[in-house]
Write a protein that binds this ligand. Sequence first.
Ligand code: HEM
Length: 151
Amino acid sequence: MLTTVHRAAALLATACIASFWIATLGVELAGSADAVARVKHAIVMPGLLLLIPAIAATGASGFALARARGGALVAAKKRRMPWIAANGLLVLVPCALLLDRWAAASLLDARFVAVQAVELVAGAVNLALMALNLRDGRRLVRQRADANAVS
Ligand code: HEM
């Protein structure tokens, strides 16, 4: 049950960051100012409304699952999680709020581009850390299945 919650929250959080990233890059490269404003707003609402609880649920369920497990894979996942959460809450959320406000006011200037670049880099870093945690999560589930098969 807890694994199911963890897996669903983790996949939702990863899908949110990936879709924000792809939609942002796509609209910046090919969209009108109006389309940029619509995407920037959708990232805040409903985007952040999904992402923030999904990251919190992933961390809480992950740490709860880890109470019964040890080893290098769990330690690596634990080490990455504070970076994922801090990057999400302290960089991605403020960037998304600022970019939404500026795009709504058609302020697509150099300051917008600089914050947009920071958001894209932070999003890529989070996606990479989340992909590593997904990979290690799959390995942990396989390890548990193998151990159950032997005993
Ligand atoms: C954004 C961060 C994270 C992502 C994307 C993630 C992803 C996943 C996924 C997808 C699974 C299930 C794999 C499968 O069903 O094949 C999993 C399992 C697991 N995760 Fe995470 N995880 C994250 C954070 C954490 C954290 C912080 C911990 C705590 C150390 C953790 C501990 C575990 C454990 C122990 C399992 C194995 C559960 C079992 O054997 O039933 N995860 N993770």
